[in-house]
Structure formats: C-alpha cells, structure tokens
Ligand binder design. Structure first.
Ligand code: GRF
Length: 189
C-alpha cells in the first residue's frame, strides 16, 4: 500500500517485527510505506526478509555515523523504526531525529533495560512480563514509554514459550503504535 507516511526500519536480528510491519501494511492495518531497511548484518533474517519483499536494503557500517546519517536523510523518513537493531544509535543521529525514532524492547520498561531482557525476566521467575515501544533517547532503553503490552507467565512456560508470547505481543503492538503516528495521535510529524 502506498502512503505519504514513510518509515525506515533498522534491524540486526531475525526480522520477525519487520515481518509483522510488512504484513500490517499488506493487510491495510498500517497505512505507511517502508522506504528502506537498514542493517549492520548483511546475512541476518532481517535483511533476507526485506530482500524477499523487494524492499530497498542498505547495509550500513555502524561505525560510520556520517554515512548512516546521510543514508537516513536521503530517504527523509517520517519515522525511524528500530526493530531488533542491536546497536546504540550515535547521539548525533538521535539528536537529528529527536522524537522521530522509536524502538521495541522485550520487557516492561523500566524493568530489564539492555541486553537479554526477557531471559533475565524469565530467570527471575517474574509473573508479569511483556514488551514496550518507546522513543529513543541517548540512554539505553531510557526514552519515553509510548505503549506496553503485558503477558503473564504460565506455570508450564519454558523460556521458548515465554519469549514466543512476548514476540506475539510485539508483533501486534508495533504496527499499531506506528499507525498512531500515521494518524497523528502520537508525535508531531
Ligand atoms: C525483539 O524481541 C525486540 O524487542 C528486540 O529485539 C528483538 C527483535 O526480534 N529489540 P526480531 O528480529 O524482530 O524477530
């Protein structure tokens, strides 16, 4: 679906959230266009998914802030969507797009910021877990929280079933939050 609301998606992982965003666009739930996907991991599932969908793919050198900034600016996205991008964005980029970069994180922030969030939550036996979409600032998962989804640990949960329910929640939450930006309910683009 074509839309004036264009996004750039950054990721390094298996790309399931990218897949959910693509699917939401395909089914009309999300009225946005993906201008480009950018990754520091050329062989990732994230990149493969984008290639299968014939989306423009940019492989970036995360150490070259100048290049990344230039490539993002080239596409002039209304919103930059981090979907499993396993790097800290340089302050220069965060500042250049303040209020227009969002991330999804597999915990109920401010609990469990940083790496291995859901694994730590599972190891701690917490009964209430979930995922968070938040604005990106210069801290580690410290930006303003936009929306969260809660899941409850089941008695027979394994680490895999626990995380798979968090991911199902992510896949519903992320496209719906992006659509709220499209609708002007969140943000000022
Ligand atoms: C998700 O769990 C997300 O919360 C975290 O990284 C993971 C990316 O998963 N930031 P995928 O690559 O979208 O499957």
């Amino acid at each position: 679906m074509n839309s004036d609301f264009n996004i750039v998606v950054l990721g390094s992982g298996k790309g399931s959230n990218l897949g959910a965003i693509i699917e939401a666009i395909r089914t009309g739930k999300l009225k946005a266009t993906i201008s480009a996907v950018m990754s520091d991991k050329p062989l990732s599932g994230f990149v493969l998914k984008a290639q299968i969908e014939s989306l423009p793919v940019e492989i970036i050198d995360p150490k070259s802030t100048e290049h990344l900034l230039e490539r993002i600016q080239f596409f002039a996205p209304k919103l930059i969507v981090l979907a499993g991008y396993m790097r800290i964005l340089p302050a220069r980029i965060v500042d250049a797009f303040a209020g227009r970069i969002i991330n999804i994180h597999p915990s109920l922030l401010p609990q469990y910021p940083g790496l291995n969030a859901w694994q730590r939550a599972f190891a701690d036996n917490i009964s209430t877990a979930g995922c968070t979409v938040h604005f990106v600032d210069n801290g580690m998962d410290t930006g303003q929280i936009i929306e969260q989804s809660v899941i409850f640990r089941k008695l027979d949960d394994t680490a895999e079933t626990f995380f798979s329910r968090i991911q199902i929640a992510e896949h519903a939450l992320y496209p719906s939050v992006i659509q709220k930006f499209v609708d002007g309910v969140i943000g000022n683009t």
